[in-house]
Design a protein around this ligand. Sequence first.
Ligand code: FUB
Length: 308
Amino acid sequence: MSEQKTFCENPIIKNIYTADPAPMVYGDTLYLYTTHDEDELINDFYTMKDWRCFSTKDMVNWEDHGVIFSLDDIDWADDRAWAPQAVERNGKFYLYCPVHKKDGGMAIAVGVSDNPAGPYKDLGYPLVDEGDWNDIDPTVFIDDDGQAYLYFGNPELRYVILNEDMISYDEKVGIVRVPMTEESFAKGSHDTGTSYGEGPWFYKRNGLYYMVYAAFGVDKKDEHLAYSTSEGPTGPWKYGGVLMTEEGGVFTNHPGIADFKGHSYLFYHTGELPGGSLFHRSVCVAEFKYNEDGSINTIPKCEGIGRI
Ligand code: FUB
């Protein structure tokens, strides 16, 4: 057996560029799904073709499961394997992934697998496809009553109410547009006039619903992370504060939050691996604690975390 490390030094993955971290706790293991920034860029833009999975039982020693889903597995997509999130229901695993469609625009694909580390099989058609560019960065959450929700979007936050099968949604309710108000997402410099940018991460803790997201502050060019909370799964949302500042990062950041073995973690990305840039990002992790009232203080980017 290889020697077990006691400290996870950021960035977590050092042999390839990874971004858009999405943790999922299943049993005694934390699975971390990421996107993959290719070394060689096409048209000097995000060059991303597949999704990766890594797992750990102690937050320090990671197993690399390699490519678990890729554009090659999705007949109707041709580009932009962007920020995913996975969830388990009834022993099946669902990986929600934004992609660029062959006939234009972004849409949300679903990969299904019997194993958290894949391989995932595409449905054969998009789950969410409004024919515009807003349909990116899905975040999925199954509430205590069994109702599942899929939020997504840039520049607007939108959601669908998923059916029990997790691969279709309530068409009667349709695609709901969350009111983009300053009370919900603070004044900012993104297209809606609020700070909400993209990369939502939806979850519930101690009865309070959280929406964590990448945000654009007033007069700021790079993304910071912010959060809003709600008493219910569909809002109204109340702005909570800055979760991580933009300093020391790259143009984007992307949150993924998980409680694991009694600890709370924020996954994010920076450009701190050698050769890093806005198109060559790396996934990092920081441990944090919630305040008594459920609020969260700003979390510093950090050098790494210790073993559980
Ligand atoms: O990684 C591609 C895109 O950049 C993601 O979908 C966004 O969240 C941002 O990180």
